[in-house]
Design a protein around this ligand. Structure first.
Ligand SMILES: [Mg+2]
Length: 157
């Protein structure tokens, strides 16, 4: 049962429902609020879904930590050399595919996985989340696309 105070406060909040114009105004306001709340909820859900895609990069980076066996104090040097080495192994598979006219796609994909491992560990050596590396790259390329500078050369274009 509603106390007098509760009744008064609901009238203050929703307005006096005895006036027909007020009821219509209240219903329109509630409908508007419902629509805004629904839009905010859907926007939040979309943001969370977008964020969760980036978290997967960090989950992968965490996994690479569990399989890293190099001396931590040599992380930057080790990962830079490993990254160049694995990129070379990928290029070698492509080169042999051209020479022998046989494409071993699984072997090429495996080398790209090795490259990815070193990218994740190189980012860790810089104390940067892999998700940040990916997001920075996306923002850079979006900006270049918008400014029509995807072609050409130079880091700062
Ligand atoms: Mg390899």
């Amino acid at each position: 049962m509603m106390t007098n105070n509760e009744y008064t406060s609901s009238i203050e909040y929703y307005g006096n429902p005895r006036e027909p114009e007020d009821v219509m105004t209240m219903l329109q306001r509630l409908a508007q609020e419902f629509e805004e709340d629904t839009e905010a909820y859907l926007d939040q859900e979309e943001d969370e879904e977008e964020m969760s895609q980036w978290y997967e990069f960090d989950a992968y980076q965490d996994f690479t930590d569990s399989t890293a066996i190099y001396p931590p104090e040599k992380g930057l040097e080790y990962t830079a050399l490993g990254l160049a080495s694995e990129a070379g192994e990928f290029a070698g598979k492509v080169k042999k595919a051209i020479r022998d006219n046989q494409f071993d796609l699984d072997a090429m994909a495996a080398e790209l996985g090795d490259v990815l491992w070193y990218v994740a560990q190189a980012a860790a050596a810089l104390d940067v989340h892999l998700s940040d590396v990916a997001q920075m790259n996306v923002e850079k390329l979006k900006s270049r696309k918008e400014r029509n500078t995807l072609g050409g050369s130079g880091d700062e274009r």
